[in-house]
Design a protein around this ligand. Structure first.
Ligand code: AMP
Length: 278
């Protein structure tokens, strides 16, 4: 696997690939790789000729400086995992490589900016669109792969692609969970054993809501999920919403495509998860 840290090298190698007629897939990550990330890579490998993964802990999308500082950065083992998984290229730039000084960015993504994740993480999606736009512009992938785990992020990026006419196809890949059901996340390394056990209520609530979806009203389902999650003393629910899959507005009588989304703090660690209901 080629490991690249500068835009110059990236352009030189991508030019060779494109000249050889290869299609390019992009898997953007912040590193601390787990099987969720590797599943994106596996799907990318079946879709495009060349797969470029990126590892960049993007400062502009962190609304909590402590979260940015403690974000895990095990670059050596990440390189090992990507190599094993058959990734063609890793682009792992420095902050200086990606950002000039005094750069500003503002994209009107509408309601997605202020609801659910947007509400609890002000400015987060401006940072996400800023960095993903830069990566799209640099790599110019034919296809880019993102996880359903960050469901709202996928909608935000789709909106950006539409607004800025970026010629890329987006693919949403399923959530990978550990054997207990906990959605894999780089932040799970911060959980103590006890917190890991308590965190299971998040996926358990989602699974139960899916099971009961045909039999209960949206309000009943939300109450049910909330009561399950609130049973664990170290789990603090931020939101549990049952929403329209395209707008993320609360699901109503005529909603057809529906997703349940949840965010909760387990100790000091913030986790998100979701499940498609219809
Ligand atoms: P991150 O490194 O957390 O920014 O995630 C990079 C990409 O991996 C994003 O598109 C995430 O949605 C995706 N991802 C993270 N966790 C999972 C998971 N458990 N299953 C599937 N995709 C995931």
């Amino acid at each position: 696997m080629k490991v690249i840290t500068t835009n110059n090298d990236l352009q030189r190698i991508l030019f060779q690939m494109r000249s050889a007629g290869k299609t390019i897939g992009l898997v953007p990550t912040m590193g601390a790789l787990h099987n969720g990330h590797l599943s994106l890579l596996a799907i990318a490998k079946t879709t495009t000729d060349i797969v470029v993964s990126t590892i960049f802990v993007n400062p502009t999308q962190f609304n909590d400086p402590a979260d940015l500082e403690k974000y895990p950065r095990p670059i050596e083992s990440d390189i090992e995992k990507l190599t094993q998984a058959g990734c063609d290229m890793l682009f792992a730039p420095s902050v200086k490589e990606m950002y000039g000084s005094n750069e500003t960015w503002r994209l009107d993504i509408g309601r997605l900016e202020t609801i659910l994740e947007g509400k609890f993480r002000p400015g987060h999606y401006q940072g996400v669109t800023q960095i993903v736009y830069k990566l799209f512009d640099m790599v110019k992938p034919d296809t880019a792969f993102f996880g359903q785990k960050d469901y709202q992020q996928f909608l935000v990026i789709s909106k950006m692609v539409q607004l800025l006419h970026v010629p890329v196809k987006l693919i949403m890949c399923p959530i990978i969970r550990d054997s207990g059901g906990l959605a894999m996340s780089s932040r799970n390394v911060h959980l103590t054993e006890n917190e890991k056990k308590q965190a299971l209520v998040i996926s358990q609530a989602l699974m139960l809501v899916k099971q009961q979806f045909a039999f209960q009203t949206v309000d009943q389902l939300k109450t049910l999920a909330t009561s399950i999650i609130n049973k664990e003393p170290d789990v603090t629910l931020e939101y549990f919403e049952i929403a329209d899959r395209e707008t993320l507005e609360p699901a109503g009588r005529d909603s057809v495509k529906i997703v349940a989304l949840v965010a909760a703090k387990v100790g000091h660690t913030r986790l998100i998860d979701n499940i498609i209901l219809a």
